[in-house]
Design a protein around this ligand. Structure first.
Ligand code: GLU
Length: 268
C-alpha cells in the first residue's frame, strides 16, 4: 500500500524515508516475530498516549482519567480545538492531543524535570529497555507547536490543565519525540496483553484490573475520527502515531506493531 504521505506539519517527519516498513509481534511470553525495517528508530508520537494514561491510572486510579481528562471519543481530528469548545469535558479523552497534554499535566511531580523523568521511565518500563529522545524531532515539533500551545492554554483557561501550560507542552512534546523501533512498540503492547507486566523484564506497569479501562479508550478513540471504521474492520484496541507507528493489542495473547511513515488524511 503506497497511499498517503508522511506527516509534514512537524517538518522533520517529512524527511523520514517513506518506504520504510516493519512489522512485529510480541507474545505474552516475550517471544518476538518480526519482518522488515524493525530496527529503525522513529518518534513514538501519539502511540505514547495510552501509556501515559496508564501511568495516571497506576498513580491515581482509573477514576482520575474519567473525571479529570474524560473518556468520550470526540469524533473530531486529533488536534481539534473545536472539541475543547463544544464538549464540557474539554480534554475529550487521553488519545487526542488535548487529553494527552492534560494527562502529562496530571502526573504527580514537584518539577518539570521530575514530570519528564516519570513519563520517560514509564514508557521505558513498557518497552522494557532504556530509550532516548530524538532531539531533532523534539526541536522541530516544539518550534512549530503553535496549535498544541493553543490547546494547552485553552485547557488551562477552562481549569482542565493541572500544571503550567508551557511546561505541560514541553513534556508532552518530549514524550512524543521518544525514539522507538517496531519491536519496542510491540513489546509495549505485549505488556498490556500480558496483564500489565512486561514480558521481558517482569516489571509490573499497570494493575491488571485497569487494563480493560485502558483498552476501552484505545478501542473507542485510538484511531481518532476513524476509530469506528477501524473497530468495524480490525476489531482490536489500537493506537497510531504520526511518526508512522501503530500498535494493536490482543488481550491475554500478544501485541502486533507496525511502522510505515505514510499516513492517511486522519493521521493514521
Ligand atoms: N506530537 C504529535 C502532535 O501533537 C502527535 C500527534 C499524533 O501522533 O497523532 O501533533
Amino acid at each position: 500500500v503506497r497511499d498517503g504521505a508522511n506527516a509534514d506539519y512537524i517538518p522533520i517527519l517529512a524527511t523520514v524515508p517513506s518506504d520504510l516498513f516493519g512489522i512485529a509481534i510480541v507474545d505474552r511470553d516475550g517471544k518476538v516475530y518480526s519482518a522488515g525495517d524493525v530496527d529503525y528508530a522513529f518518534s513514538i508520537q501519539s502511540v505514547s498516549k495510552p501509556f501515559t494514561a496508564a501511568l495516571i491510572m497506576a498513580q491515581q486510579g482509573p477514576e482520575a482519567v474519567r473525571t479529570k481528562i474524560g473518556v468520550e471519543p470526540t469524533g473530531l481530528p486529533f488536534n481539534s480545538k473545536v472539541a475543547i469548545e463544544i464538549y464540557e469535558e474539554r480534554s475529550g479523552n487521553p488519545m487526542v492531543n488535548a487529553g494527552a497534554i492534560a494527562a502529562v499535566s496530571l502526573v504527580e511531580a514537584e518539577s518539570e524535570e521530575e514530570r519528564w523523568q516519570l513519563v520517560l521511565d514509564n514508557i521505558e518500563g513498557f518497552a522494557g529497555k532504556s530509550l532516548s529522545v530524538l532531539e531533532e524531532v523534539y526541536t522541530s515539533e516544539y518550534e512549530t507547536a503553535w496549535g498544541n500551545r493553543a490547546i494547552a492554554n485553552l485547557l488551562y483557561n477552562y481549569g482542565r490543565l493541572y500544571a503550567d501550560p508551557e511546561e505541560s507542552l514541553r513534556v508532552y512534546t518530549r514524550q512524543c519525540s521518544i525514539g522507538i523501533n517496531t519491536i519496542d512498540l510491540a513489546m509495549m503492547g505485549a505488556t498490556l496483553a500480558n496483564g500489565g507486566v512486561n514480558p521481558r523484564t517482569g516489571r509490573a506497569m499497570l494493575p491488571p484490573e485497569h487494563i480493560p479501562e485502558l483498552l476501552a479508550v484505545m478501542a473507542t478513540a485510538g484511531f481518532y475520527d476513524e476509530s469506528g471504521k477501524w473497530m468495524y474492520s480490525a476489531g482490536l484496541p489500537s493506537k497510531t502515531g504520526v511518526g508512522g507507528g501503530i500498535v494493536s493489542v490482543v488481550p491475554g495473547q500478544f501485541a502486533i506493531a507496525a511502522f510505515s511513515p505514510r499516513l492517511n488524511e486522519a493521521g493514521n
